[in-house]
Design a protein around this ligand. Structure first.
Ligand code: VGL
Ligand code: ZN
Length: 201
């Protein structure tokens, strides 16, 4: 039997989530060298890229009188409102300059639907609309996933929980992730990932 193939999924290591960016995650840049090193051990490397059109519905600026980090109800459920970030084609939406993007087999973009945010690499925030990543991984025969990146409590968390629900064997390498930590969101994310059967390493 062949050992099962492992994919490294690198979530949203983009300038806007690094210090100086529009939605900066503390120490977001510090994880880049460790992520590059992990690529050597992976059978497949997949990068995700948060990729919003201007005026995206997840931006506070798209909702009159709302401030960033407020929570609102959208037709698909609760949604945190964010500062404008990762706009398609912007410098903030580009990958961190030191990330080894050459090693990526595939880049999957998400959050391009103006009306729905997409934290997860697998489904938009309606938890129904697929991004196509599941099919990509399955057709390549990949069953094990290692996830790293930004932010632990949002896009890494949603991606890891969805992957576990889909039946993948998921490990989140916590030292190569950094969190936004909004109102206890990091603890809630850790609890949620544990409950979904994700291994936190
Ligand atoms: C993310 C908030 C908004 C993330 C993306 O990558 O965790 N967080 N968009
Ligand atoms: Zn976003």
């Amino acid at each position: 039997m062949q050992p099962s193939k492992i994919a490294l999924i690198v979530i949203d290591v983009q300038n806007d989530f690094c210090p100086g960016g529009a939605l900066a995650v503390n120490e977001g840049d510090l994880i880049v060298p460790g992520i590059n090193a992990l690529m050597d051990d992976a059978d497949a490397v997949i990068l995700t890229q948060d990729w919003h059109p201007a005026g995206h519905s997840s931006f506070a600026s798209s909702h009159e009188g709302r401030d960033p980090f407020a929570l609102i109800q959208m037709p698909y459920g609760p949604q945190v409102l964010w500062p404008e970030h990762c706009i398609q084609g912007s410098a903030g939406g580009a990958f961190h300059a030191d990330l080894n993007t050459d090693r990526a087999d595939m880049v999957i973009r998400k959050g391009f639907n103006p009306a729905i945010d997409s934290y997860s690499a697998f489904f938009e925030n309606d938890h129904q609309t697929p991004t196509g990543l599941e099919g990509y991984l399955r057709t390549r025969g990949i069953k094990k996933l290692t996830m790293v990146g930004l932010a632990t409590d949002f896009c890494v968390n949603f991606s890891a929980v969805d992957a576990a629900k889909l039946g993948f064997d998921v490990t989140v390498q916590m030292d190569l992730c950094r969190a936004i930590d909004l109102d206890g969101s990091l603890i809630a994310a850790v609890d949620g990932m544990n409950a979904a059967g994700v291994t936190l390493a």
